[in-house]
Design a protein around this ligand. Structure first.
Ligand code: ARG
Length: 506
């Protein structure tokens, strides 16, 4: 029975529907390897199993075929292949692609990797002409080309998914307009913030991720094909012709560098790691917010799971796994960094270990982004519950301090005065706004009846002014900016202008 290879971390359910044929322990046949010429015997079956990569690099089949077609067309243009030979090769490769996609193609472990499986199959189909395809290239530049094509596609897909996530955050701004949240530092209540300010904070983080990915793409988008094994080739190839066909913006300039270079994989893995880190902190926050202790959010039940023993439980497992899976994404980055650290130039087989790490990080982060988008859209802010305790924690103390500074009191002095007032209020179990005027007057003569126009979170939030702050007009500008950038439709007039403060559930 042909067996599908098991791939650690492979989450793509049905990439090809292909089958893989392994060789049994008997395996003593003459070498079928494309590199078998110099060998006088067969490869130990355990070595084949140990060295194969086709069980995971089969995922590069589409890129491999695309690259080979571009290479063949170039070889025909420069006269290394006749037009007829080129067309035969292209037709053969397209047939192979069809078979892989319909699940008929049988990948063979003894043919090591996706590149040799496809090439062998081509030769079986079209005979000797197929043996000309590998002219002027090596698997070293071939695998790098395939991976660059694969990562380029992955970057484009992830960027689209990240923009959808940003849209989900910005879309919250309409329904949560005017809602206040306690802002925290050290996980202690600090100052009030607008819910919309909070949503846009994540938008900014994912914007940096988007920029990093776009920047990474410029270095990914350089063609290595034609740098051959390590030194280039004496065949009169035209690398630019290949780059043009494959949409690469330039050519990797140094063949030795190219053959050994996996910077682009690591860079991409880092960018993915930052996305995972951002998602993980968000997940952690919402796990806390969904507790009975906080009760700030109600998570959409479709993204929660229950307990097999405690019937009342609605657990935030998706959030926990978004946080948990960040560990493997960080681990993959670490593995890649360690992988290349001692490699002399140029290609070394160690580099084959990059693929599973790359695929796993990509699959993991993409799944996390998609689920996060759904949860951001589906969650409910428990406004009444949040509002009921907004006056706890002296969120307005800093505003009162800044008011004193505005009256000419040095910051350190103002800090001291308000600190003492907070201590008094704590003792009396009161909010600052509940303290009688005498207490303020005793603290500082300038603290008169006007303090009552300033205290309380609803008033305190109005005092913010600085660019980038949670000031309502600043946040409104930012919301407008993001709506425009993300091409979100303007909300209905009245919803945009009328705040729906805490105290109304939504
Ligand atoms: N499977 C190999 C890899 O992933 C392809 C390149 C092999 N090159 C070689 N010279 N053995 O790196």
């Amino acid at each position: 029975m042909p067996k599908k290879p098991s791939t650690p971390g492979e989450t793509e359910k049905k990439p090809l529907g292909h089958r893989l044929k392994g060789k049994g322990a008997e395996g003593k046949q003459p070498s079928k390897k494309p590199w078998g010429g110099v060998f006088d015997g067969t490869t130990d079956a355990r070595v084949e199993k140990f060295t194969e990569s086709v069980s995971f690099d089969h995922r590069l089949y589409a890129q491999d075929i695309r690259g080979s077609i571009a290479h063949a067309r170039m070889l025909a243009k420069v006269g290394v292949l006749s037009d007829g030979q080129c067309e035969q090769i292209v037709a053969g490769l397209e047939e192979i692609r069809g078979e892989i996609e319909s699940g008929q193609f049988v990948f063979q472990q003894e043919l090591e990797d996706v590149h040799m499986n496809i090439e062998r199959s081509l030769v079986e189909r079209i005979g000797d002409t197929g043996r000309r395809l590998h002219t002027g290239r090596s698997r070293n530049d071939q695998v790098s080309t395939d991976m660059r094509l694969w990562i380029r596609d992955a970057i484009d897909a992830i960027r689209t998914e990240l923009v959808d996530l940003q849209r989900a955050f910005v879309s919250r701004c309409q329904q949560d307009h005017g809602v206040l949240l306690p802002g925290y530092t050290h996980m202690q209540r600090a100052q009030p913030v607008l819910a919309n300010h909070y949503w846009l904070a994540y938008c900014e983080k994912f914007e940096r991720d988007l920029e990093r990915l776009a920047d990474c793409r410029t270095r990914v988008n350089q063609l290595p094909l034609g740098t051959a094994a390590l030194a280039g080739t004496s065949i009169p190839i035209d690398r630019q012709l290949v780059a043009d066909q494959l949409g690469f913006a330039g050519l990797v300039a140094n063949s030795l560098d190219s053959s050994s270079d996996r910077d682009f994989v690591i860079e991409f893995a880092f960018d993915l790691t930052m996305v995972a880190e951002h998602l993980s902190t968000w997940a952690e926050e919402w796990i806390l917010w969904a507790t009975s202790e906080f009760g700030f959010v109600t998570l959409p039940q479709a993204y929660c799971t229950g307990s097999s023993i405690m019937p009342q439980k609605i657990n935030p497992d998706v959030l926990e796994l978004i946080r948990g899976k960040t560990a493997r994404v960080v681990g993959n980055l670490q593995s890649l960094l360690v992988l290349i650290k001692g490699l002399p130039l140029a290609y070394n087989r160690d580099l084959q270990e990059d693929k599973e790490r790359l695929f796993d990080s990509t699959d993991t982060v993409r799944a996390c982004i998609t689920l996060a988008t759904a949860m951001v859209t589906g969650m409910r802010l428990n406004r009444q519950r949040i509002a009921a305790r907004l006056e706890q924690g002296y969120l307005d103390a800093t505003t009162l301090m800044e008011y004193l500074i505005g009256l000419g009191i040095p910051q350190r002095t103002a800090h001291q005065i308000i600190g003492q007032l907070v201590a008094t209020a704590m003792q009396k179990k009161m909010a600052l706004a509940e303290l009688p005027l005498e207490v303020f007057q005793a603290a500082h003569a300038e603290l008169d009846h006007r303090v009552y126009d300033l205290l309380g979170v609803q008033q305190a939030i109005q005092a913010f002014k600085s660019y980038g702050s949670t000031a309502p007009d600043q946040v409104a500008k930012q919301v407008a900016h993001w709506r425009q950038q993300l091409r979100l439709e303007e909300p209905a007039e009245q919803e945009a202008t009328e705040p729906r403060p805490n105290g109304t559930e939504g």
